[in-house]
Design a protein around this ligand. Structure first.
Ligand code: GBH
Length: 446
């Protein structure tokens, strides 16, 4: 009998990381030639962000990055998922790259590698250059080509040291909240007319994956927010609504990426073989482009049928009888096992290795965070259970390293293993940081 490397009995070589995103931590929005992003614009509009908070300073990671790398090294993780701000690299979203913007990530990558931490950058975590939004954003097909061009500039600079790339973060949430509901930047409330933003993100990924492959990438992932969906009742109507929701949230992105075709979109009034924004060759490019799947998991979803003439064919039902995070999201660790085994059942051999690229919860501000410890412990155990059931999960990134700018909630939600005092920038590891260090260190040499 061999003793497990960690208390969770995960496979040898399982990777541990933390995750962040540029606009949520960097600040320094006007420095070294950075151009404005859709999030700068959105935050400046009254009423968009709780209490008018913005990412202008955030965690000041742009200046405190070395301290943050030290904190990660102290935690004992071997990987770091961060995002690259497109408007630092191409202030107007096109043309010659801005060397000073690339320098920042160049230094960060070197510092991570020097501490034995594998850099896993995400190229797009929602901060589109405002100039591209002015030309239509992800509703415009050309943005996909711009994205591939941007990816090429980043790969030219970092591709000698970065092996694993994540092209997109949560294209579903970006489409749904940014383009369909308007609660995130760029603030469009187009409902189902937001669909082209899904396809153009996927196309951008496909084009970028080809560029990254050419630059020697070993793995290219998309990190999507996935949720296991169940029907509120056994009724035919609720089950149809749940299937429709599953199609939109989970399959709309994963099917084209893994199977090279869109799911049945009849529930949304579309013929999947006649989508006006899909051109010939697009799906060949998108399908088969993934060499790893990034899964961001927060909670399951329960769905019921909508009223007959509602705009969308489903409605969300609150999950009761479980603990809730400070954000009021239900805590259901076994939902992650269900999600992962469900992916295996749905995609079979087409499913590439999986990395959990985000999982975590917001808690009260205090440094003592038993809720976070319980959340992480339960969810990591759920990953191990999926592994036992035959799902190839290779790593887990905690969202997040630091308390940060939580989008429309501003600084009100705290997701960090490390507390941040936003008045002074002071970082203080929480109890969960010490707990995780201990747990992932067990069985490790040195
Ligand atoms: C991610 O999005 C983002 O990638 C990251 O930037 C962000 O900071 C982090 O998660 C935390 O929010 O109403 O109870 O059904 C997460 C997307 C969408 C996941 C809403 C949970 C619903 C909760 N989230 N969702 S509930």
């Amino acid at each position: 009998m061999t003793s497990p490397a960690t208390p969770w009995d995960l496979p040898a070589g399982f990777s541990w990381g933390t995750a962040t995103a540029a606009y949520q931590i960097e600040g320094a929005v006007d420095e070294d030639g950075r151009g404005p992003s859709v999030w700068d614009t959105f935050c400046a509009q009254p009423g968009r962000i709780r209490d008018g908070h913005t990412g202008a300073v955030a965690c000041d990671h742009y200046h405190r990055w070395a301290e943050d790398v030290d904190l990660m090294a102290g935690l004992g993780v071997d990987a770091y998922r961060f995002s690259i701000a497109w408007p630092r690299v191409q202030p107007d979203g096109r043309g010659r790259p801005n060397p000073a913007g690339l320098d920042f990530y160049d230094r960060l990558v070197d510092a991570l590698i020097a501490r034995g931490i594998t850099p896993t950058p995400t190229l797009f975590h929602w901060d589109l250059p405002q100039a591209l939004e002015d030309d239509g954003g992800w509703l415009a097909r050309d943005t996909a080509a711009r994205f591939a061009d941007y990816a090429g500039h980043v790969a030219d600079r970092l591709g000698d040291r970065v092996r694993t790339w994540i092209t997109l973060n949560e294209p579903f949430i970006h489409m749904a909240w940014g383009y369909a509901l308007g609660v995130h930047a760029p603030g469009h409330a187009l409902l189902l007319d937001a669909l082209p933003a899904a396809h153009h993100q996927l196309l951008g990924h496909g084009l970028a994956a080809r560029v990254l492959g050419g630059a020697g990438a070993e793995r290219v992932l998309v990190s999507n927010n996935l949720t296991p969906v169940t029907a509120a009742s056994e009724s035919e109507a609720d089950r149809a609504a749940a299937a429709a929701y599953d199609t939109l949230h989970n399959r709309l992105f994963t099917d084209p990426l893994l199977l090279g075709r869109y799911p049945d979109l009849a529930a949304y009034g579309h013929d999947r073989d006649a989508l006006p924004f899909v051109e010939s060759g697009d799906l060949d490019l998108i399908g088969g482009s993934l060499t790893g799947l990034g899964v961001n998991y927060y909670n399951p979803t329960v769905i019921a049928a909508a009223e007959p003439d509602a705009a969308l064919p489903f409605t969300t039902v609150e999950i009761t009888g479980v603990p809730r995070t400070a954000f009021d999201w239900p805590v259901v660790p076994e939902g992650l096992t269900t999600l992962l085994t469900g992916l295996g059942a749905r995609y079979g051999d087409a499913l590439p290795p999986i990395w959990i690229t985000e999982n975590g919860c917001s808690t009260a501000e205090g440094r003592d965070d038993p809720e976070r410890i319980a959340f992480l412990d339960g969810h990591i155990a759920a990953v191990a259970a999926a592994g036992k059931a035959g799902i190839d999960v290779r790593g887990y990134y905690v969202w997040s390293l630091l308390d940060n700018f939580e989008w429309a909630e501003g600084y009100h939600q705290r997701f960090g293993l490390i507390h941040v005092d936003f008045a002074t920038g002071t970082r203080t590891p929480r109890a969960s940081y010490h707990w995780l260090r201990e747990r992932i260190g067990v069985g490790r040499p040195g």
